[in-house]
Design a protein around this ligand. Structure first.
Ligand code: NAD
Length: 499
């Protein structure tokens, strides 16, 4: 008997979809179909691929409300928030389709004086079949960060959505089949973690994984068996810094959205805030005022939905309890903010830096705010984490300088999570937040391999790579290298000026 997977509405517990789980044989069959589609897709031009992907963008745009309904039902997030992530995903799809040719297409590169007789070119060729494994928190935007770029680069995709948002995954693959009914360019395989593990061991050319750091480790271990490369987009513990000269109201507004939107279930959500002591009290007051205006629920005015993942409620409760039992204070919310699957916004202050509320990813609508003497201390504390996904800086005079000192893949200056809406910017982390990049030119290249070609245009002046090489050629070569690089050796010992 085939196993069934029930998709539930997290707000009501209602079953909103029943899907047959793919066993290993059917995952392998999907990969084989994808391999066939990839051959066809690669044989086309960038322009032809762009036309198909633009048609798909059109379908997604026209059906945005319908897809938003599926996202709303499976995650519980407000319809408007679902629409926001779909709109941004469409923007990325269009960008990837439009820019793939320019970023990946063949181009001449200098061949250098020593190899002046050669014409050198580089291009970025598709890998083949990409396995995409996605999370549930942004079930359209997040996997599309890999799917759109992998397809635009000329690959076929087999997508294993989170078991909590299977309906969204099936909807996405069906919508592309409307444009391309005869080619299995994007297929969804259904299942739990086991299905993801099966996909990692299938005959694929790369895995793009987005999810928790713990699962990322398992994905990497499975892929190591066959030397299958991976992109890991994992969790975060993002910090927001507020400088003494910052626009405090704007910073409080950004902190509220960054911490509470999507009920805090955002990989680049704001989980920690470090505020200059001169503006700390005013910032906390403004943040608290905003937090009190936001509420989680099922009513039409609710800006926050439920915790999509049942187990997350306990994590959030544990972090709040740990913060309070170790001397922290809840300015808004607290333990009573946890009302079953719904959690009301919680602002915590005076929390020790080694509390789990500060050290572990909470993934709920809570935020810690700490007072700092200066921005050096803020940078040090913000960087005191094994994660390094996103970060935010509010400062009128030092934004870019502070941004650069933060160990994170992306930083928003005087805005929040703004980098995700700019398709030409790469997205990804360092440390426990993973490695590799989606979005932008780097995101396109992530799903390709560099192909270098050196073509001999004329016979070399110096025949060096032959057993007929003469002592004269050796001497000429030594003289040439000395002429080209000898001057640098005279500088050895002099102090370097690296400004
Ligand atoms: P998760 O790690 O539990 O699951 C992610 C996916 O991996 C799911 O599809 C799951 O079925 C699959 N999976 C589970 N075990 C597997 C295995 N052994 N082999 C292969 N696949 C397996 O994560 P989640 O709860 O769905 O998502 C939340 C996490 O994702 C948070 O940590 C969040 O920060 C992170 N996230 C990161 C980004 C990013 O871009 N960096 C974006 C969104 C979410």
């Amino acid at each position: 008997m085939t196993d069934k997977l029930e998709s539930l509405n997290p707000a009501t517990g209602d079953v909103v979809g029943v899907h047959a789980v793919d066993d290993p044989a059917s995952v392998d069959a999907a990969v084989a179909r994808a391999r066939h589609a990839a051959r066809w897709w690669t044989s086309g031009t960038f322009d032809e691929r762009r036309q198909v992907l633009d048609q798909w963008s059109g379908v997604l745009t026209r059906r945005m409300a319908q897809l938003a309904d599926v996202v709303h039902q499976e995650t519980g997030k407000p319809h408007g928030d679902a629409q926001l992530e779909i709109g941004l995903a469409i923007e990325h799809l269009s960008w990837a389709a439009a820019h793939a040719g320019k970023v990946l297409g063949r181009r001449r590169v200098p061949s250098g004086l020593l190899m002046a007789n050669q014409a050198a070119t580089v291009e970025y060729l598709p890998l083949g079949v990409i396995g995409v494994i996605g999370p549930w928190n942004y079930p359209v935007f997040t996997p599309m960060g890999s799917i759109a770029y992998a397809l635009a680069a000329g690959n076929a995709v087999v997508f294993k959505p989170s078991e909590l948002t299977t309906g969204v995954g099936v909807w996405l693959a069906d919508s592309l089949s409307e444009v391309l009914p005869d080619q299995a360019l994007l297929q969804t395989v259904v299942g739990y973690g086991e299905t993801g593990a099966t996909l990692c061991r299938a005959d694929i050319d790369k895995v793009a994984f987005t999810g928790s750091t713990a699962t990322g480790r398992k994905v990497m271990a499975a892929c190591a068996e066959s030397l299958t490369p991976v992109v890991i987009e994992a969790g975060g513990k993002d910090a927001l810094l507020v400088d003494e000269d910052a626009d405090v109201l704007a910073a409080a507004d950004a902190a509220a959205w960054g911490a509470f939107s999507n009920a805090g279930q955002t990989c680049t959500g704001v989980e920690r805030v470090y505020v200059h002591e001169r503006v700390h009290d005013r910032f906390v007051e403004e943040l608290a005022r905003r937090a009190r205006r936001v509420h989680a629920g099922t009513d039409a005015d609710a800006q926050l939905g439920p915790m999509t993942l049942p187990g997350q409620v306990d994590v959030v409760r544990r972090h709040i309890d740990d913060a309070l039992s170790r001397g922290g204070r809840a300015v808004v919310g607290g333990p009573e903010a946890v009302e079953g699957r719904f959690i009301q916004p919680t602002v915590l202050v005076d929390v020790p830096e080694d509390s789990t509320a500060v050290t572990e990813e909470t993934f709920g609508p809570t935020v810690t705010v700490a007072r700092v003497r200066d921005m050096d201390e803020a940078v040090r504390l913000a960087n005191g984490t094994s994660y390094g996904l996103g970060s935010t800086v509010f400062s009128r005079s030092r934004g870019p300088e502070l941004a650069r000192r933060l160990r994170s893949g992306m930083t928003a200056v005087n805005g929040v999570i703004s980098f995700v809406g700019i398709p030409s910017l790469p997205f990804g982390g360092v440390g426990d937040s993973g490695f590799g990049r989606v979005h932008g030119p780097d995101g396109l290249k992530e799903f390709t391999y560099a192909k270098a070609v050196a073509r001999q245009r004329m016979r070399p002046l110096l025949a060096l790579t032959t057993f007929d090489r003469t002592p004269k050629a050796d001497a000429s070569f030594a003289a040439l290298v000395t002429a080209l690089h000898g001057r640098a050796s005279q500088l050895v010992g002099r102090p370097l000026d690296l400004r």
